[in-house]
Design a protein around this ligand. Structure first.
Ligand SMILES: [Ca+2]
Length: 288
C-alpha cells in the first residue's frame, strides 16, 4: 500500500514545486500523441488536456465547518481529462488537486497522480507535517475513469483517519498526534478546492458534504445517493446554481454554518452534475 510522507509546510511547498514540474513534463509527453479519446466521434465527450484551459477554485471558510477532532468530508468528482493519455507515467505525474483541508501548522490534501513509471494513477491523501502524520493511498479507480463519477470520502476521529473510494475503504491510518492539535488553527485557511496554479483541476464535483461526525460507510453518498442534511452537517452544497461564477457570488448550499456559500472562481461553470447540476472547474467553451 502506498505510504508516503508529506513534509513540513516548507517541505510541502517544495513538494508542490516538484509536483508541478512533474505535471508539466507529464503533460508535455502526454500530449505528444493523438489520444484514443481524441479520435472518437464528435458526439462522444472529449477529454481536455491540462494545457487546454485554465482551471478554477472553490473556497469555503473552514471555521465552524471543519472540526479535526471528528468529521467527514465527501463529494462526487468526475474527470474531464483522460488519465490514460498521461500513462504510463514518465516522471511523477500529478493530474488533479481535489481539495485541501488545512490548519495553520498542518493539514491534508487529496490528489490524483501516478508515480514515476506507473501504469495506473490513483488517489492519495497527503497529511502533514510528516513527523506527526502519515499520508496514505485512497485507491486506484477501476478503469475507465474519464467521464465517470467517483465518490470520495475522508473520515477522521481522534488519531484515526480513513478514506473511501466509491464506498470501498482504503488503508486506515493512526497518526502519531491528534489532527486537531497538530494541524493548528483552522481559521487561517479556507477549505480549498482545485489547483492553486489554475491547471490541475479538470473536474466537475457535486453533492459536497462536510460533517462534524465520523460517518459510517452506509451513511455516505456512495451508499445513499443524493444527500440530505442532518444535525451533523456543517456544509451541504448540491451546486444547483444558475449564475455565472465570478469569484464573488456564492453558491447556494442547503446547509452552511458560517457564511452564505462557497465562492467559485470565474473559470467555474454550473453544468450537469451527478444529481441535477454540479460545478465544473473549467469552462468547456474555452477549450481550444
Ligand atoms: Ca447537484
Amino acid at each position: 500500500m502506498l505510504r508516503e510522507r508529506l513534509g513540513t509546510p516548507d517541505m510541502s511547498r517544495r513538494y508542490f514545486s516538484v509536483l508541478v514540474l512533474g505535471c508539466l513534463l507529464g503533460a508535455g509527453l502526454g500530449t505528444a500523441g493523438m489520444s484514443a479519446a481524441a479520435a472518437q466521434a464528435d458526439a462522444e465527450p472529449k477529454s481536455i488536456r491540462f494545457a487546454d484551459v485554465a482551471t478554477g477554485t472553490l473556497t469555503y471558510p473552514a471555521l465552524d465547518h471543519l472540526d479535526f477532532r471528528e468529521g467527514t468530508f465527501e463529494c462526487w468528482v468526475k474527470f474531464a481529462f483522460d488519465p490514460n493519455e498521461y500513462l504510463p507515467a514518465k516522471g511523477y505525474t500529478g493530474m488533479l488537486f481535489l481539495v485541501r483541508l488545512d490548519g495553520d501548522r498542518g493539514g491534508l490534501g487529496i490528489y490524483y497522480y501516478a508515480q514515476d513509471g506507473a501504469k495506473e494513477a490513483g488517489w492519495s491523501c497527503r497529511v502533514g507535517p510528516d513527523s506527526k502524520f502519515h499520508s496514505f493511498g485512497i485507491g486506484t479507480p477501476k478503469q475507465p475513469t474519464f467521464g465517470v463519477w467517483q465518490h470520495l470520502a475522508l473520515v477522521w476521529k481522534g488519531r484515526e483517519m480513513m478514506a473511501y473510494l466509491d464506498g470501498k475503504e482504503s488503508e486506515k491510518v493512526i497518526h502519531n498526534e491528534f489532527p486537531h492539535q497538530g494541524f493548528g488553527d483552522v481559521r487561517s485557511k479556507p477549505i480549498f478546492f482545485g489547483c492553486q496554479y489554475n491547471r490541475y483541476a479538470l473536474m466537475t464535483i457535486d453533492d459536497l458534504r462536510v460533517s462534524n461526525v465520523a460517518r459510517k460507510p452506509e451513511e455516505l453518498g456512495a451508499a445513499v445517493g443524493e444527500l440530505k442534511a442532518d444535525a451533523f452537517t456543517t456544509i451541504l452544497d448540491p451546486f444547483e446554481g444558475d449564475f455565472m461564477p465570478d469569484g464573488k457570488a456564492p453558491t447556494k448550499p442547503t446547509v452552511m454554518l458560517n457564511g452564505p456559500g462557497g465562492l467559485p472562481s470565474a473559470q467555474c461553470r454550473f453544468v450537469t452534475g451527478k444529481f441535477g447540476k454540479g460545478l465544473a472547474f473549467f469552462n468547456e467553451e474555452e477549450k481550444k
